[in-house]
Write a protein that binds this ligand. Sequence first.
Ligand SMILES: *Cc1c(COP(=O)(O)O)cnc(C)c1O
Length: 422
Amino acid sequence: MFNYKLGLEFALEQDQNDTLKSYRNQFHIPKDKDGNELIYMTGNSLGLQPKTTKSYINQELEDWANLGVEGHTEGKTPWLPYHEFLAESMAKVVGAKPIEVVVMNTLTANLHFMMVSFYQPTKTRYKILIESDAFPSDKYAVESQLRHHGFDDKEGLILWKPRKNEELLQYEDLETILEKYGKEIALIMIGGVNYYTGQFFDLKRITQLGHEYGCKVGFDCAHGAGNVVLNLHNSGADFAVWCTYKYLNSGPGSLGGCFVHERHAHNKNLNRFTGWWSHNKETRFKMRGEFDQLPGAEGWQLSNPPILSMAAIKASLDIFNEVGIEKLTEKSKKLTGYFEFLLKQLGEHSIRIITPSHPEERGCQLSIQVKNADKSLHIKLTEAGVISDWREPDVIRCAPTPFYNSFEDVYRLVEKLKEILN
Ligand SMILES: *Cc1c(COP(=O)(O)O)cnc(C)c1O
């Protein structure tokens, strides 16, 4: 697709011509003890800190110091409606309508709250379908939902598995599973971008398939949000959840995001757990009346949220908004394509890329299987100033993110890998 060339000069030229190059300077890049910038390839695990985050958080600390409880209404960004200031930009990042999106709780907690509403098992339709190599937290969460409803967590779980000697999942196999068990499956819950292989699934295709068989469909987009164009609204999915500390650069353990499709926005009969923050805003502080369900994704909130964490999310979303996810992924495809091009020079006898080669079927992460490697490879890379992620038995995951990784980063990473492998 792009005409890549070998050599450092090409990388430097690409950085020079990169219209997003100034953004790297808007993030704190971790350094080694001699003050040299590290090659940070783990934005898929914990995104780097925008330089603006501190002032966003300080603003809230100051409002709290100066205004006390009045900060709820008098703060520069009043705390009462704070989550509303995030909805529109978050909706843009994941391709949804503002009414479909809310920032609240944390990822796995949100997954459970979504299952309270969208996993409604009956005696004949109670199974849950997930991908076989799902992120452990997702697997544990769905297993516990099965048990919670009195079902066996092995018998009730259906796995969409890769074929023998393959890592990626094939849609034909999902179709076969649904033909066989579709009527028994209550919920399909898939990681929108698989954390291990980096495979970005066709959310719309999976949703349509699932809905054909009467299943509810939800996605964990922890590795998708801020990384790929998700188009959640158009996918038709019933719900989606994600975190904001990976590609969304909002700090360790920061709040999660949640999407509930518009068609459920006004359904007051959906089963759900509620709290005062799911109650009509107009009458919330009358404190005594009957419960009155707030429409939209907001209606799934329980508590008044942690403002300091939301301030970090706002700092990050303001940067995303400035650029837009489309422009960001445009650079991302070029950068990851370059990474792939360089890796291929290392030869198939030493490495194999597990991640799909089609740019539409992946985000920025490449999962690299290294022949005969063990964890010492990862240790050597770390010593060489590369922050990457190791998955047993032999896979390194590297995610050059378009906001703060450069073509030079990618060039130097592959050079170091080459040195170590030789
Ligand atoms: C990162 C990640 C998690 C982590 O869950 P938390 O509740 O935020 O700790 C869960 N699922 C997936 C798919 C992830 O990528």
